[in-house]
Write a new protein. Structure first.
Length: 173
């Protein structure tokens, strides 16, 4: 039986049942050059030891780490795609999907919990959070403003369901 050689781009074509199907746009993007990333690759001389730095720079440039982008890095650094993906997936700050238009962080610390963080989460997890990226944090250390929500890096204090929905309604979509 003859063995077949695969490149990192070939692995994009393999679809496992638990994976989402690769869209036509992603498949077309696999031929993308990622020109903005090239100076950084040149500065690092394609050294595999610069992987985390390159992943970080790639996410800064493109907003997230797409499959074609990971395959490009693997090819340029002469690393298996599984190593590049494994490294990126280990760190929680790397994202594999484009970010939502707005990011919300709900504090669930003791003061926020007692003052109604669960009601804020219920609003956001329902229809009120459509198109928003929602996450939770155990404590933001701003207990005097409980309950609070961080919206796109801005702290909104003393929130309730009505004030949160009103504030979110004013965000550009």
């Amino acid at each position: 039986m003859k063995r077949q050689r695969f490149t990192p781009l070939d692995l994009l074509k393999v679809k496992e049942p638990r994976d989402q199907a690769v869209s036509d746009a992603e498949t077309e993007a696999s031929t993308e050059t990622f020109a903005e990333l090239e100076p950084c690759l040149r500065d690092r001389n394609g050294q595999a030891s610069a992987l985390i730095e390159l992943l970080n720079r790639a996410q800064e440039l493109y907003g997230h780490l797409s499959k074609p982008l990971l395959a490009h890095l693997a090819s340029e650094l002469v690393l298996p795609l599984s190593s590049v993906y494994g490294t990126a997936s280990f760190y929680h700050l790397f994202r594999f999907q484009a970010p939502a238009a707005h990011q919300l962080v709900v504090c669930t610390g003791t003061a926020c919990h007692v003052k109604g963080a669960d009601r804020l989460l219920a609003v956001l997890e329902g229809d009120g959070g459509a198109g928003l990226e929602l996450s939770r944090v155990r404590c933001l250390g701003t207990c005097g403003g409980a309950p609070l929500v961080v919206v796109d890096g801005v702290v909104w204090t003393h929130q309730n369901a009505a004030s949160l929905q009103q504030g979110l309604g004013g965000l550009p979509r």
